[in-house]
Write a protein that binds this ligand. Structure first.
Ligand SMILES: [Zn+2]
Ligand SMILES: [Zn+2]
Length: 584
């Protein structure tokens, strides 16, 4: 039951939605609202249906399509990253039904949850993106950064492609497209219940994963009463500095549960902090550099906070710390602006006049020249740069400079998806290709799981244990296939909940007596597009003509043509074709 006051939600778009030049000011002003028509539910009790569009059997591309009669909405709209096969999915978004969506509920700003929003707008989405204020602030910089990365990659492909005579590569979306998506965002506060339309309510609670991250609860009215759907979003690791621990959810009928680290236990934070300290002290003693690929959001600020603690306590002298990622720099500013999302410990530090994100010896490098100069500076130093999985951004330059040096240290603190450069390095690759050059991996490679922004197996199970509903149904998502399957089994064994690891593009009816599952293959079989019919007929026609010609040739050769086995086969085919004809 929800006891809070329910506020009715007004959907609107800003009049100047395509004329925003500076995005940073957007969230400070309440957007002027124009009412937009929302699909009316004919009778509140229309069957709910779900389509799993991403973040299933993989950690990237989180997207879930929910339908209730004519009302369609999504929870998250993330970009697929990592392998080529996954990234190709970003180009084909028909299943997202962009034009028909009324809104997107966004759990948090990470690109694997928000990264396809600008593309969806290009595809005709005109609804609202609903999220917390900190998520909007972060999306302002992250989506534009993502657009910029898409443009740079397309440019690079084109330079290469021209020489190979390939077609022109176009970016998925540009930084400008990303900017245009921002006026579609509308913010809500944590713990506030709002009415989306008749029979559908929602509430965001702190997921303790990154600044502004949310668990989303949705209440829908069904024929036999109200039902509750919960999206865990990405769940945080307890005791992360700066932000609060994940909120507890006690009720629900259907749960989407993330499983990034569903098969692993992190070392304790204290142990991890000690490990980091030892690495940094060793690097200082050897006048070596420490390179930390870090996600610009949260991990970078977490490391700044921890290194600041070392210096404040005198465990290390103030050595140069380079934050070499324009995105990390803007993000750190956003953190400072959203101190209301901080945990008590950080609030206390702030009220005591200390800013945990300002430490002596810290250099923020904005320009490429400054970035290049870092590797020429002698002596010990710490370089924190993005992207966290080493596939793009300035980190690639730093790896090129340090991977081959035996004295350097590379520390991985975040999740490394399958297929990423970071994953290859931690999996023990002897060399990796960077900017077309094979670079030997000789540096000390460390992985520090305790800095993760995700709960580990124990954290996830603890969180689930608070839900008191023996009938709870759990969809395990946001994890690599084997990890999701393992967590799914554990949840089912420990709590006797019905658990499922859905397939990509699987459709299901929710809340029915018997939940109907329509796997993707069957969907395609059931409704073939028009063009596949005409292609099929053409092929059939060609095969028939080839067969006629062959028969003619065989007939000329004489008796051997009358093979009884072959005749039987042909009779079978003929029978099937006649059946098909009568069905059509
Ligand atoms: Zn995340
Ligand atoms: Zn995620």
């Amino acid at each position: 039951m929800i006891d809070e006051k329910v506020r009715s939600f007004e959907f609107g778009v800003r009049r100047d939605q395509f004329g925003v030049s500076s995005c940073s000011s957007y969230s400070e002003h309440r957007p002027k609202l124009l009412r937009i028509p929302l699909a009316k539910l004919k009778g509140k009790h229309t069957q709910m249906r779900v389509t799993f569009l991403g973040g299933v059997r993989t950690v990237t591309g989180s997207a879930t399509l929910l339908e209730k009669g004519p009302l369609k909405w999504m929870v998250d709209c993330g970009m697929f990253q990592g392998s080529k096969e996954h990234e190709e999915r970003n180009w084909n978004l028909q299943a997202y039904q962009a034009k028909d969506l009324s809104f997107i509920l966004l759990t948090h700003a990470h690109i694997d949850h928000s990264g396809l929003i600008p593309k969806l707008l290009k595809d005709g989405f005109r609804g609202k993106v609903i999220c917390t204020k900190a998520t909007l602030d972060l999306c302002e910089v992250m989506l534009q950064d993502s657009g910029h990365i898409q443009e740079t990659e397309a440019e690079w492909q084109n330079r290469k492609g021209k020489r190979a005579g390939k077609d022109e590569a176009i970016p998925l979306y540009t930084a400008e497209d990303a900017g245009k998506s921002l006026p579609h965002f509308q913010t809500v506060s944590y713990d506030e219940t709002f009415q989306l339309t008749d029979g559908v309510k929602a509430r965001f609670q702190d997921a303790g994963h990154i600044l502004g991250s949310a668990i989303i609860e949705i209440w829908v009215e069904e024929a036999d009463g109200e039902r509750k759907i919960v999206f865990s979003g990405d769940l945080g690791n307890s005791d992360q500095p700066l932000i609060r621990d994940p909120s507890i959810v006690e009720q629900g009928d259907i749960l989407w549960l993330e499983s990034t680290y569903g098969n692993r236990l992190h070392k304790s934070r204290e142990e991890t902090v000690q490990e980091l300290l030892k690495i940094v002290q060793e690097a200082i003693a050897n006048q070596a550099k420490v390179v930390i690929p870090a996600f610009a959001v949260e991990r970078t600020q977490d490391i700044i906070y921890t290194l600041g603690q070392f210096i404040r306590k005198g465990s290390i002298p103030p050595i140069p710390i380079y934050i070499d990622s324009p995105l990390a720099i803007s993000t750190t500013e956003i953190f400072k602006r959203n101190s209301d999302c901080f945990d008590q410990e950080t609030k206390d530090l702030l009220s005591g006049g200390q800013n945990p994100l300002d430490i002596p010896g810290i250099h923020y490098t904005q320009t490429t020249e400054d970035s290049k100069a870092i590797n020429e500076a002698p002596g010990a130093g710490i370089i924190i740069s993005a992207s966290g999985m080493c596939d793009s951004g300035r980190i690639k330059h730093h790896l090129k400079h340090h991977l081959w040096r035996e004295e350097s240290h590379i520390i991985f603190i975040g999740y490394q998806a399958e297929g990423s450069i970071g994953r290859r390095i931690i999996d023990g690759a002897k060399t990796v290709k960077l900017f077309g050059e094979e670079i030997a991996v000789k540096a000390h490679i460390h992985t520090l799981g305790g800095f993760s922004a995700h709960a580990d197996q124990k954290g996830l199970l603890d969180w689930v244990s608070h839900i008191h509903n023996p009938e709870l149904q759990v969809f395990v998502n946001h994890g690599e296939e084997k990890v999701s399957l393992e967590l799914s089994q554990l949840v089912s064994e420990q709590f006797h909940f019905k658990t499922t690891v859905p397939q990509w593009k699987e459709k299901r009816d929710l809340f029915g007596d018997e939940q109907e599952v329509i796997p993707e293959e069957r969907v395609e079989e059931a409704i073939p597009p028009e063009e596949s019919f005409s292609v099929l007929f053409k092929n059939l026609d060609r095969t028939y003509k080839r067969l006629r010609r062959k028969l003619k040739r065989e007939k000329k050769k004489g008796e051997s043509f009358y093979d009884p086995k072959r005749l039987k086969e042909l009779e079978e085919v003929n029978k099937k074709l006649e059946e098909l004809e009568s069905e059509l």
